[in-house]
Design a protein around this ligand. Sequence first.
Ligand code: ADP
Ligand code: MG
Length: 726
Amino acid sequence: MSGNTARRAAITAATNYKHEGAPLDYKESDAASLYGTNVFGLSTMKSQLPKEIFKSVKKTIDSGTPLDPKVADVVAAALKAWALAKGATHYAHVFYPLTGLSAEKHDSFLSPDGEGGAITEFSGKTLTQGEPDASSFPNGGIRATSEARGYTAWDVTSPAYILESANGSTLCIPTAFVSWTGEALDKKTPLLRSGQALNTHAQRILKLFGHEKPATVVSYAGAEQEYFLIDKHFFYSRPDLLNAGRALFGAKPPKGQEFEDHYFGSIPERVIGFMMETERELFKLGIPVKTRHNEVAPGQFEVAPVFESANLASDHQQTIMVTLKRIAEKHDLTCLLHEKPFAGVNGSGKHVNFSFGNATQGNLLDPGETPHENAQFLVFCGAVIRAVHKYAGILRAVIATASNDHRLGANEAPPAIISIFLGEQLTDVFEQIKSGGAKSSKMKSSLEIGVDSLPKLPRDAGDRNRTSPFAFTGNRFEFRAVGSSQSIGDPLVALNTIIAESLDAVATKLEAGLAGGKKLNAVIQEVLGEIITQHGAVCFDGNGYTAEWHAEAEKRGLPNYKTAVDALPVLQQKDVIALFDKYKVLSPRELHGRYETYLEQYNKSVNVEANLTAKIAKTTILPAAVHYQSKLAENAIAVKAAGLTPDTTVLKQVTDLIGKLQAGLAGLETAVGHHGASDALGEAKHFGGTVLPAMLKVREAADGLEGVVDDALWPLPTFQEILFIK
Ligand code: ADP
Ligand code: MG
């Protein structure tokens, strides 16, 4: 009995897949009639709440004023009625712990009435506050196991919604998750705090530009989610995919993505069925998914919603990930969100498109139509350049995960060096500012333009650059180094905070200049000139994949934290601790807790992968290889017995690779068994520096065997099968 039964069964099942149940509805969904039907959004609230109550809630949403507890009771009653009418039986406070996943605690609406019956109950207090067990979620030492109390607090700015499932419907209430001591245990709390910091300092700048009463400034995010879809039978027959989310073994397929025939190619029917159902679900939840297409690698796709305020976009992004996985299962598919499920094939990222603005001035990163707006734009854009240069390490640290390490720096994803792509036009404008004032423009050769009358900038100020980790794309920056499985919370917190600090610094200089009797435009020229002189080194429009750039970046003094283990300690640098503390985003204790948590996650994930590598190599790959070796040896004996000279080339090859596999396994076991480090960072250095390379040695031998062992004996579905059979 050969060991490839599971592989054969998976291939057969995947090849013979037929959709079961009701026929697929291939009509494009009517977004307008579906959209937001399961959301207790503004329009629903307006129709369900007394006028005064609605006004009060809206005020809280728009300007962040605290919610009156009396209002909460009325909202809770209306919310309950709405949810029950929609068939909800339970409610859940949804929160976003440091695992990066969404967590929910479900409670029934039913309460015993004391007379043997039950009533439905949902008060203002239940709406606004919940109490999950805080010690069960990672916190990096902020909470001891015995100090379990944690609270979830209703986030009024992210609307409640109803999640339908086969087992019934649940009213979901997005919440912030804090400890009994008020410390943030989640990704949302610092995001809300950092949004406030950004607003405070953006307001100062807007006022200098003469805007009276600007509306609250918020950041906007649009995240492009890349993912792989594979038949679920392959997923379940690969313990590495199942337990680690990525293939720890597997030779590069003979046909990969070299023909680039998958990118934007026609989408397979089964996948279209999946995409349409996913979109319908997301539409109902008021998540504005808009873009869907094939990605570069075979089996790889992308979905992107229209951008929203950062907090909402972040919550919605979490729901998108959960929904992709859930709906994939219904189609006998598995959605892989890992950054690099298949070595040798493109990985997945999540480009976070980022801008900020408000209801009165619009997008503040839009170059605009008039010179006056351009000056304002250049100040905000300059502040971003300064922030990214000054705090590149933070941006690197918030995308530092074990899984993203497999993608960053490869020839398909941005390098680990954080730089900004500005595009030709903007680069030119900033160059001119640097040399004393913008006097000409690339688009109109003879335009007179001091800062008094800056060039009219086109919306698309330049070409695209796929290699840049942080690219200006017309009216926003695209943070391309974010990983596909990540919550976008941390990257957004980082961006809000570093830009808040920059706006603070710029506003202080502008205010001082004005107080000293200078003209606004003169101070702007001064401040922008200073920014581009001191921080222009972060701007780079060339090819980020090249070795020359790495050398050049080093000359420019740009940090290059190659791995997560190199990058995470940035979170404990003095200036970084001070920054998050000063803008009241994360206290030193909270930041330290995160640092510890992320290191622990790194260690756990490499540890699991190392154990899996050893197990699969020993119990699955080695037996297949030995089996083949015996067959070859038997054959050699038989050939010899027949009086001929056997050709033992393959036998030698297999024997040699088996030797390498076993040597690799011995090395890996030694590496994993080592427990020398006394702290999480020491352990992470060991996992990254010793265990990962030891795993790779095992893999090299195993992948070599995949290339010689009789295909009829090979136990694991190959990349070719996994990626192309659908
Ligand atoms: P690409 O061509 O880079 O693949 P997509 O159309 O897939 O672009 O995604 C672009 C994303 O950027 C969308 O989510 C879109 O809504 C978002 N976006 C557009 N304008 C802004 C903006 N001003 N701020 C933030 N995000 C934006
Ligand atoms: Mg896209």
